[in-house]
Design a protein around this ligand. Structure first.
Ligand SMILES: NC(=O)c1ccc[n+]([C@@H]2O[C@H](COP(=O)([O-])OP(=O)(O)OC[C@H]3O[C@@H](n4cnc5c(N)ncnc54)[C@H](OP(=O)(O)O)[C@@H]3O)[C@@H](O)[C@H]2O)c1
Length: 175
C-alpha cells in the first residue's frame, strides 16, 4: 500500500494560519484539487486533533468508498462517531495501522495531517509521497508542517500551477 501525505501550507511552511484551527486559508483552487485528488484514495488517516477541528465536515462526507482512520490515544472518546469500514478510531502504532490497512486490501492511503501525524509517519518512514499545495501566503507563525525535528530527503516529481491560480502543487517522492 502506498501512503501519500497531502497538505496545504503557506509559503513559509505553516499548515494553519496563526492559531486558527482548520484550513480556511486554502484557495478555491486547492479545495477543488483536494476534493478531486481524494477520489483516487481508498483509505485515509488523520490525527485526533484534525478530526476534532473538522468533525462535522468529515462525518457529513464519510462514505465506504474511502475508509477514514483517526489516530488517537483514546479511541473511546469517539465511540459514538465510529462506523466500521467508514470512520474508525485507533490507538495502534502507525506501522501496525499501515500494515493492517494493507492487509485488508487497501492500495492507496492519504495521510491527511496534521503536524503530529506528519511527523509520526515521516519519521517512521511510512510515507511514500508528499503532495503539498503552496499557497502564496506568508503567516509568520501557525502550526508548522512537522511537529518536531526530522531530516527527510525528497525527490521532486512535478510542480504545477493549480487551476490558473497562484497556488503551486508540488509533488515529491520520499527518498
Ligand atoms: N493545512 C493542512 O493541510 C492541514 C491538514 C491537517 C490538519 N491541519 C490543521 O492542523 C491542526 C492539527 O494539527 P496537530 O498537529 O495539532 O494535530 P494532529 O496531528 O491532527 O492530531 C494530533 C493528535 O493525534 C493523536 N496522536 C498523536 N500521536 C499519537 C500517537 N503516537 N498514538 C496515538 N494517537 C496519537 C492525538 O489525538 P488525541 O488527542 O485524540 O489522543 C493527538 O492529540 C488543525 O488545526 C488542523 O485543522 C492542517
Amino acid at each position: 500500500m502506498r501512503v501519500t501525505l497531502i497538505a496545504v501550507q503557506s509559503l513559509d511552511g505553516f499548515i494553519t494560519k496563526h492559531d486558527e484551527p482548520g484550513t480556511a486559508f486554502a484557495s478555491t483552487a486547492d479545495q477543488i484539487h483536494f476534493a478531486r485528488t481524494l477520489q483516487s484514495f481508498d483509505c485515509s488517516v488523520l490525527g485526533g486533533e484534525t478530526y476534532r477541528v473538522s468533525r462535522e465536515r468529515i462525518r457529513t462526507h464519510a462514505a465506504p468508498t474511502r475508509r477514514r482512520m483517526v489516530l488517537t490515544r483514546d479511541p473511546a472518546q469517539f465511540i459514538s462517531d465510529a462506523a466500521p469500514g467508514v470512520l474508525e478510531f485507533t490507538s495502534e502504532a502507525p506501522v501496525e495501522l499501515v500494515r493492517r490497512l494493507a492487509a485488508s486490501g487497501h492500495r492507496e492511503c492519504a495521510l491527511l495531517g496534521g503536524a503530529q501525524l506528519h511527523h509520526l509517519f515521516l519519521t517512521a518512514r511510512l510515507v511514500d509521497r508528499v503532495w503539498v499545495t503552496i499557497e502564496p501566503r506568508l503567516f509568520g507563525n501557525g502550526t508548522a508542517f512537522l511537529s518536531g525535528p526530522a531530516d527527510v530527503s525528497l525527490g521532486l516529481e512535478s510542480v504545477e500551477r493549480l487551476g490558473g491560480s497562484d497556488a503551486l502543487l508540488v509533488k515529491y517522492l520520499v527518498g
